[in-house]
Design a protein around this ligand. Structure first.
Ligand code: GDP
Length: 295
C-alpha cells in the first residue's frame, strides 16, 4: 500500500548524486519525502513539519551528504528521532499500593472494556496478581454484561451494582470489597459516550477525585486518526491522566496517532491493543512504533 521510506529516500538521493549537486537544499527536498511518509501515517501536519525541521539540523550535523548510503543514514536518523519523541523507552503502570486502583477512561467503542479485561488477564497470569474488575457504566446494562462475560472468560471477579445509578459509590464500594477480599488491583471500567460530552467528563472527574486512583489510563482507538488526538487532548485537560492505551493496532493504521498524541499531551503510551482476544495486549515499544510509522 505504501512505498517503503528507505527505498524512497535511496531513490531520491541517487537521483541527486547523478546530478552531482547534493547540497543542504537537496536534503531539505528529501525531507519532504519524510514528511509525506509521516502524513501518510496520519501524523498531524504541524507535528510532521516541526519534526522534519529538527531532523534536518541533525542530518546536516551528521554529514548525511558524505555517507555511502545517505538514504539509509537519513532513515536511521528519522527512526531514532521518532522513537525518542515517543518516549524512547517503555513505561509500565505503577502498582505500588494494595490495592492499586486503575481508572479507565475514553469514548464508547474505544476498547475500554476489552482492555480492562486484557490488563486484568495480564496482571493475573504474568504478575500473579488478584485483580477485581469493576463495572461503573450505569447507563448501559449491556456494558455491565460485557464486563461480566470478559471477567468470566479470564477467571477474574467482576464487581457490579446493577440497580445503582451512582458510579462514585460503586467505585468506592468496590475498593472496600477489594480490601476485604484481598484483591491487590482494582480496575474500574467507566461509561463512555460516542463523542465528548460534559456530563461524562464531570462524572469521570468525580470518580477520579473520590477514589484517587494510582493510574488513570486513557484508551483510544488508533484507527480514528486526528480525532484520536483531539479526544486525548480534551480528556487530558480534564483528567490529567497518567498514560495512554492505543487500541486496534491490528488494523491497517500506520500508527501516526501515537506520535501525535504523545507530542500533544506529553504523556507516555503504556500499552497497545492488537486484537479482540484477551491476550492481544503488548507494552508500547517506541522503536517498534517508529518502524511501523516509517513502513
Ligand atoms: P468500550 O465501549 O470502550 O468499552 O469498547 P469495547 O471494549 O466494547 O470495544 C469496542 C469494540 O472494539 C469491540 O468489538 C471490541 O472487540 C473491539 N476491540 C477492542 N480492542 C480491540 C483491539 O485491540 N483490536 C481489535 N481489532 N478490536 C478491538
Amino acid at each position: 500500500m505504501f512505498e517503503n521510506l528507505t527505498d524512497r529516500l535511496e531513490k531520491s538521493f541517487k537521483l541527486l548524486k547523478g546530478q552531482g549537486q547534493i547540497t543542504e537544499i537537496n536534503v531539505a527536498e528529501t525531507l519532504k519525502d519524510v514528511r509525506r511518509a509521516l502524513l501518510d501515517a496520519d501524523v498531524n501536519f504541524k507535528i510532521a513539519k516541526d519534526f522534519t525541521n529538527r531532523v534536518k539540523d541533525k542530518a546536516i550535523g551528521q554529514k548525511v551528504l558524505e555517507a555511502v548510503k545517505p538514504g539509509q543514514m537519513m532513515v536511521k536518523i528519522v527512526h531514532d528521532e521518532l522513537a525518542e519523541l515517543m518516549g524512547g523507552e517503555t513505561v509500565d503502570i505503577s502498582l505500588k499500593k494494595s490495592p492499586s486502583v486503575i481508572l479507565m477512561s475514553g469514548l464508547q467503542g474505544s476498547g475500554k472494556t476489552t482492555f480492562s479485561g486484557k490488563l486484568a488477564n495480564r496482571l493475573k497470569s504474568k504478575q500473579k496478581k488478584n485483580p477485581l474488575l469493576v463495572a461503573c457504566d450505569v447507563y448501559r446494562p449491556a456494558a455491565i454484561e460485557q464486563l461480566k462475560v470478559v471477567g468470566e472468560s479470564i477467571g477474574v471477579s467482576v464487581y457490579t451494582e446493577e440497580d445503582s445509578k451512582d458510579p462514585v459509590k460503586i467505585a468506592r464500594n468496590a475498593i472496600k470489597k477489594a480490601k476485604a477480599e484481598g484483591n491487590d488491583v482494582v480496575i474500574i471500567d467507566t461509561a463512555g459516550r460516542l463523542a465528548i460530552d460534559e456530563q461524562m467528563m464531570q462524572e469521570i472527574e468525580a470518580i477520579k477525585k473520590a477514589i484517587e486512583p494510582d493510574e488513570t489510563l486513557f484508551v483510544v482507538d488508533s484507527m480514528t486518526g486526528q480525532d484520536a488526538v483531539n479526544t486525548a487532548k480534551e480528556f487530558n485537560e480534564r483528567l490529567n491522566f497518567d498514560g495512554v492505551i492505543l487500541t486496534k493496532l491490528d488494523g491497517d493504521t500506520r500508527g501516526g496517532a501515537a506520535l501525535s498524541i504523545r507530542t500533544v499531551v506529553n504523556k507516555p503510551i503504556k500499552f497497545v491493543g492488537t486484537g479482540e482476544k484477551m491476550d492481544a495486549i503488548d507494552v508500547f515499544h517506541p522503536s517498534r512504533m517508529s518502524d511501523r510509522i516509517l513502513g
